[in-house]
Design a protein around this ligand. Structure first.
Ligand code: FAD
Ligand code: MEZ
Length: 592
C-alpha cells in the first residue's frame, strides 16, 4: 500500500478523467494504470472483507475523509458528500472499483450527480431462491469450519437490528451483525416524523398528559382491531422506557408533536423537529461501535442453519466480495425490515398498489421473510400494506406527516380542503387519490416551516414553491387562486374559533398567516408493510404449528401483528426499538 495525500476536488477528478477517459472504463483501471492494484488492495489484490475496509481507508488516505471531501464540494446545491446517511458512509458505496459507479442517493432521489465513471442507478437484486446453493456446494461450504463463531447473529442494521445487537451485547452476549446494503440504517434511517411513546419524561417536561392505555386504544383503533393485543401492550408499556433507553445512550427526543390517529402529542423527535430516524440510528451505531460489535456490510443472509433438533445453529451468508461462508451462532435475530420497495411482492398481497412508487430504501425487498419462511417461520398479516399519503413525486421523497401535524393543510386543484389532514393514513391516502389528478398540495406558512427542521431539507431539494403571495403559488402549481385564498382564510378563522367545523381535524396548531407561503404536490406511495414473521411476547419466531423455533427471534418491520391492518405514524420507531431490545435481551438469555 502506498498512502499518500493530495487534495482532489470534483473538478480535478473530472479533468484527470478527461485525459484518461478513452483509455479506461472504471475507477479500478484508472487507479491501476497510474499506481498499480496495491493503490487500493493489500498484497493479493483482493478485498479482505465485505466492508472493503482497506480499500475505503485507501480512498480516505489519498482524497481525505468524507467530511473533508464534503467541505471541498460545498458549492453544489445538494452536496452528495454531506448526506443524511448515518454511520460512516464509505466511498465505495457510490464509487465502485471494477464496475460503473452509481450515486446511492439516486435509489430515492434523482440528482444525477456527475460521477467519475458513473452509470445510472439500477437494482436487480437476486432473490433468496436464486441465491440458494446447489446441494453439493452448500454441503461443501458447511463442511468447512465456520468463518467465525458467536452467540447471537443479528440480520439487518436498521433500528430493530441495532437495538437488538446493543441489548444482546449489554446482556452479556457476543454479537455479530450482518447487513446486505453498503450503508447501515435500512428504512429506520429515513424515519422523519417521530417515535411514539406515552407517559415519557419529554411529555412530562412539556406538560402533555398521556396514558399508556390511550396509546393502546389509539393503536388498536388505527389497526382496525386486527393487532395482536399482547404485542400492542408490550409496545405501549415499554414506549417511554425505550425513549429513556435511547436518551441514556445519547439521543435527543425532547420535541414532541402530533401524528395521524393519535389522541395526544406523543411523537418524539430531536429538538427543533429534525428527522428522528437518522438520529436514532446514529446513536445506536455509535453505541455498537463503542461496544466493538462486529458489523459486516454487503453481507446478505441466505439461510438460517439449524441443528437436527430444529434449534438455530448459525447463518449462511453471501458476502458481496468474499462469497458464501457460514457463521456459527446459538441464536439469530431477524431484523430485515419490510418489503414496500418490492412492488411485485406488494401487488401480490394488495393488487390495488400495483405500479405505485415507494417511500422506502432500496433494500426493503422482503428477502428476510423468505429466509425466515425457509426456516419454517409462519407469517401474520401479509395482506396489510400501507400507503403514505404525502410522497413528493418531484423529489422522490416522503413528506413527513409532521408537516401536517404542525399545521399544514391539504388542498386539491380546486383550492379546497377535502379531509381532516391528520386522520389515519389509509383515510388520507384514499381521499387524495379521489382528487383530480390523484394528487393534492400541502400548503403552509413560515410559522410551520420554523417549527420543523425537516422542512429545510425539502426546500433544499427544490421541490417546494415559495412566495409571499398565495396567488403566485397557486399560479405556479395550477391551483384555483381565488378558492385557495378563501380556503386559507376560512381555515384561519376555524383555528381562531378552536374547532374544525369542516373536517373535524382534532388539532389546529396555528393559523397560516405568517411570512411566506409554501406549497408542494403530494400523492400516496407504498410506505409500510404491516405483516411479517409471527412472534410471541418474547419476540420468538413461531412456526406454522404455533411452536417456537428455538433460538430464532425477530423484531421490527419484518414481523407482523403489532400494527394490525394499518400502522399509526410514529409507532414503527417505537416498535423497532422496543421489540429490538426485547429480542436482544431474550436471545442473550436463551444462549445462557
Ligand atoms: P429497516 O430499518 O428497514 O432495516 C432492515 C435492514 O435489514 C435493512 O438495512 C436491510 O437492508 C437489511 N436486510 C434485509 N434483508 C437482508 C438480508 N437478507 N441480509 C442482510 N440484511 C438484510 N416510522 C415511525 O415510527 N416514525 C417515522 O417518522 C417514520 N418515518 C418514515 C419515513 C420513511 C421515508 C420511511 C420509509 C419509513 C418511516 N417510518 C417511520 C417507518 C420506519 O422507519 C420503519 O418501519 C422502521 O424503521 C423499520 O425498521 P427495521 O429495523 O425493522 O427495518
Ligand atoms: O410513522 C411514520 O411512518 C411517519 C411518522 C412518517 C412520517 O410521515 O413522518
Amino acid at each position: 500500500m502506498k498512502p499518500f495525500r493530495y487534495s482532489l476536488v470534483v473538478g480535478g477528478i473530472l479533468a484527470a478523467l478527461a485525459v484518461n477517459a478513452n483509455a479506461v472504463d472504471n475507477l479500478a483501471e484508472f487507479h491501476a494504470e497510474e499506481l498499480g492494484c496495491e493503490a487500493c488492495h493489500v498484497d493479493n489484490n483482493q478485498p479482505i472483507d465485505d466492508n472493503l475496509s482497506v480499500e475505503n481507508s485507501q480512498c480516505a488516505s489519498c482524497h481525505g475523509s468524507l467530511a473533508e471531501v464534503a467541505e471541498e464540494t460545498q458549492r453544489h446545491h445538494v452536496n452528495a458528500h454531506d448526506s443524511h446517511l448515518p454511520g460512516e458512509p464509505s466511498c465505495t458505496t457510490c464509487h465502485m472499483g471494477h464496475e460503473q459507479s452509481v450515486t446511492y442517493c439516486d435509489s430515492c432521489h434523482s440528482f444525477e450527480f456527475e460521477l467519475p465513471f458513473g452509470g445510472k442507478w439500477q437494482r436487480d437484486e437476486p432473490t433468496i431462491a436464486e441465491l440458494a446453493l446447489e446441494q453439493q456446494q452448500r454441503q461443501q461450504v458447511l463442511a468447512g469450519a465456520p468463518a467465525l463463531s458467536t452467540d447471537v447473529v443479528v440480520i439487518g442494521s436498521g433500528g430493530a437490528g441495532f437495538s437488538a445487537a446493543v441489548a444482546a451485547f449489554d446482556a452479556g452476549a457476543k454479537v455479530v451483525l450482518v447487513e446486505k446494503e453498503p450503508v447501515i440504517g435500512g428504512n429506520a434511517k429515513l424515519a422523519a416524523g417521530g417515535m411514539n411513546a406515552a407517559e415519557s419524561a419529554s411529555q412530562d417536561a412539556l406538560g402533555i398528559e398521556d396514558k399508556v392505555s390511550i396509546m393502546v386504544e389509539d393503536t388498536m383503533k388505527g389497526g382496525y382491531g386486527k393487532n395482536d393485543p399482547a404485542l400492542v401492550d408490550i409496545l405501549a408499556n415499554n414506549s417511554a422506557g425505550s425513549v429513556a433507553w435511547l436518551t441514556a445512550m445519547g439521543a435527543d427526543l425532547k420535541d414532541v408533536g402530533r401524528m395521524g390517529g393519535a389522541s395526544v402529542n406523543r411523537s418524539h423527535r430531536p429538538t427543533g423537529g429534525a428527522g428522528v430516524g437518522a438520529h436514532v440510528v446514529q446513536v445506536l451505531y455509535d453505541n455498537a461501535v463503542t461496544r466493538d460489535i462486529d458489523m459486516r456490510l454487503n453481507t446478505r443472509a441466505v439461510e438460517i442453519l439449524k441443528h437436527a433438533d430444529g434449534s438455530v445453529r448459525g447463518l449462511l451468508v453471501k458476502g458481496a466480495h468474499t462469497g458464501y461462508y457460514w457463521i456459527e451462532a446459538k441464536a439469530a435475530i431477524l431484523a430485515t425490515g419490510g418489503f414496500a420497495k418490492n412492488n411485485e411482492r406488494v401487488a401480490h398481497h394488495d393488487p390495488k398498489l400495483k405500479g405505485f412508487a415507494a417511500t422506502n430504501h432500496p433494500g426493503a425487498t422482503g428477502d428476510g421473510l423468505d429466509v425466515a419462511a425457509n426456516a419454517g417461520a409462519s407469517m401474520t398479516d401479509l395482506e396489510y400494506v400501507q400507503a403514505h399519503p404525502t410522497y413528493s413525486p418531484l423529489g422522490g421523497v416522503m413528506i413527513t406527516e409532521a408537516v401536517r401535524g404542525n399545521g399544514a393543510i391539504l388542498v386539491n386543484r380546486d383550492g379546497n380542503r377535502f379531509v381532516n389532514e391528520i386522520t389515519t393514513r389509509d383515510v388520507a391516502a384514499a381521499a387524495i387519490l379521489k382528487q383530480k389528478g390523484g394528487s393534492a398540495f400541502l400548503v403552509f406558512d413560515d410559522s410551520v416551516r420554523k417549527s420543523l427542521k425537516k422542512i429545510e431539507g425539502y426546500i433544499a431539494l427544490g421541490i417546494v414553491s415559495e412566495s409571499q403571495q398565495l396567488s403566485e403559488i397557486a399560479a405556479e402549481l395550477d391551483i384555483d387562486a381565488a378558492q385557495l385564498a378563501a380556503t386559507v382564510k376560512r381555515y384561519n378563522s376555524l383555528v381562531e374559533g378552536g374547532k374544525d367545523l369542516d373536517f373535524a381535524r382534532p388539532n389546529l396548531p396555528r393559523a397560516l398567516n405568517q411570512g411566506a407561503y409554501y406549497a408542494l404536490e403530494v400523492t400516496p406511495a407504498v410506505h409500510h408493510t404491516m405483516g411479517g414473521v409471527t412472534i410471541d411476547n418474547r419476540a420468538e419466531v413461531q412456526n406454522e404449528q404455533g411452536q417456537t423455533i428455538k433460538g430464532l427471534y425477530a423484531a421490527g418491520e419484518a414481523t407482523g401483528g403489532v400494527h394490525g391492518a394499518n400502522r399509526l405514524g410514529g409507532n414503527a420507531i417505537s416498535d423497532i426499538v422496543t421489540f429490538g431490545r426485547l429480542a436482544g435481551e431474550q436471545a442473550a438469555k436463551y444462549i445462557k
